[in-house]
Design a protein around this ligand. Structure first.
Ligand SMILES: Cc1cc2nc3c(=O)[nH]c(=O)nc-3n(C[C@H](O)[C@H](O)[C@H](O)COP(=O)(O)OP(=O)(O)OC[C@H]3O[C@@H](n4cnc5c(N)ncnc54)[C@H](O)[C@@H]3O)c2cc1C
Length: 385
């Protein structure tokens, strides 16, 4: 993970990140006492500006680890009270790594910072860009579900992306996703369940073959990594426990072209036992029977972000557009980072053209050596300020 902190900015220090495979395994306790974290929001300190961070994934945690908490009133809102090391999620599906080894409770991070910040374990449901407020529901056993409004001076949106079903019927009902720790634990149980069912004596050979057909939709790194983990799990462990069915196991990765959508037309669908796809290039409808199917693309926009984007006229985009300081375009106090955002890069040619126009004082269309030297001096002077 690369983290760039404290770049010159009009606003508090910011970081942005990219992830790369491998690296440290974050170890920590798996379960947290939530009550200790769900602190009451204290009355707003007039001296300190309030920064609300949405999300406790890579982007949110990286920001929190680097912000000077003593200078801001920091609130974190997220449905997840732990950070998960996502590159190792596929390994949890097959037990190579334990789930508790790849999560780190927010409490540990708070403790290390040795400064208090408030954590609210909720999903934000609405962002109001004009009033600097956001809204989340609060489930209370006494008063029931109520809407809570929080106000902020700076908002840092780091809510990530969600599984993209491409509106394919049946995906939500019948497919596993590979995004959260709970997802991979379900996958593990499902793989073992398929083997148990296939081992039952009353099943026909065709039914056993179907039960042991594991289909992974999405041939990106996540899908391929999971296929490899599953293959090892089957070959090294499950065949010893279920030797009678070892020759019936099949693992299929469904992908064609450079994007998942390339392979389907709108008729793709998933039912309880089969995936039906129409291969665009050949026009053939193909039916794949499966025992378990994992749907891996994670590029969907979360509803709260989609809703916000529509309000700020970014509705046609797939993620929030920011400037190079990660400010959401047009909103000085709202920042977005991680999978929910894209940096809108300045166009180099436009910059060069502006510099050229400024340097070309006599409007001749060419630069003299003096004009060129003057503009370079000017740039050096500005960049040293
Ligand atoms: C299995 C797997 C393996 C991967 N391997 C790699 C890899 O090897 N290398 C690599 O570079 N990338 C990898 N990735 C991608 C990487 O995990 C993501 O790019 C990264 O998690 C994005 O970070 P993020 O903080 O934007 O979002 P996330 O990490 O998804 O975090 C989003 C946070 O926002 C919270 N949230 C969601 N909705 C709300 C809401 N409404 N209100 C408040 N909070 C909300 C979530 O609970 C979560 O805490 C992998 C992803 C997966 C799934």
């Amino acid at each position: 993970m690369h983290c760039f902190v404290g770049k010159e900015s009009k606003d508090p220090s910011l970081c942005y990140l990219t992830l790369s495979s491998g690296g440290l395994v974050a170890y920590s306790e798996s379960q947290v006492d939530h009550s200790a974290l769900a602190a009451d929001l204290s009355p707003r300190d007039v001296k300190m500006k309030r920064v609300i961070v949405l999300g406790t994934g890579w982007a949110g945690m990286s920001f929190l680890k680097n912000i000077d908490i003593s200078s801001f009133d920091v609130q974190v809102v997220s449905p997840r009270n732990y950070f998960a090391f996502t590159p190792l999620l596929p390994s949890v599906t097959c037990g190579t790594v334990e789930a508790r080894s790849i999560v780190e409770p927010i409490r540990n991070i708070i403790r290390r910072k040795m400064v208090k910040f408030n954590f609210v374990r909720q999903s934000v449901s609405r962002l109001m860009q004009q009033t600097r407020k956001l809204c989340h529901s609060n489930d209370d056993t006494v008063s029931g579900k109520t809407e809570i409004l929080l106000d902020y001076d700076y908002l840092v949106i780091a809510t990530g992306a969600q599984v993209n079903t491409f509106n394919t019927p049946g995906v939500t009902e019948h497919c596993h996703s590979l995004k959260e720790v709970e997802d991979v634990q379900k996958i593990r149980r499902s793989v073992i369940s398929c083997f148990k069912k296939a081992d039952l004596p009353n099943l026909s050979k065709e039914e056993k073959i179907m039960k042991l057909h594991f289909v992974i939709v999405g041939g990106g790194p996540t899908g391929v990594e999971f296929a490899a983990e599953l293959h090892n799990f089957v070959k090294e462990h499950l065949v010893k426990i279920y030797p009678m069915v070892q020759n019936l196991v099949r693992i299929t990765v469904v992908q064609s072209g450079d994007h998942i959508l390339n392979m389907f037309d709108e008729k793709a669908s998933v039912s309880e036992k089969e995936i039906v796809v129409k291969v665009k290039s050949e026009g053939i409808v193909s039916t794949i029977s499966y025992g378990m199917v994992v749907w891996s693309p994670c590029t969907g926009t979360r509803p709260v972000i989609r809703n916000f984007m529509e309000k700020i006229r970014q509705g046609k985009r797939r993620s929030l557009a920011t400037d190079e300081w990660l400010r959401v375009e047009g909103y000085d106090s709202v920042y977005a980072l991680g999978d929910c955002a894209t940096i809108h890069q300045c166009k180099v040619m436009e910059d060069i053209s502006t510099i050229f126009s400024a340097a070309n004082k006599d409007n001749s269309g060419t630069l003299t050596v003096k004009e060129f030297q003057d503009v370079i001096k000017d740039i050096l002077l500005r960049s040293s300020i």
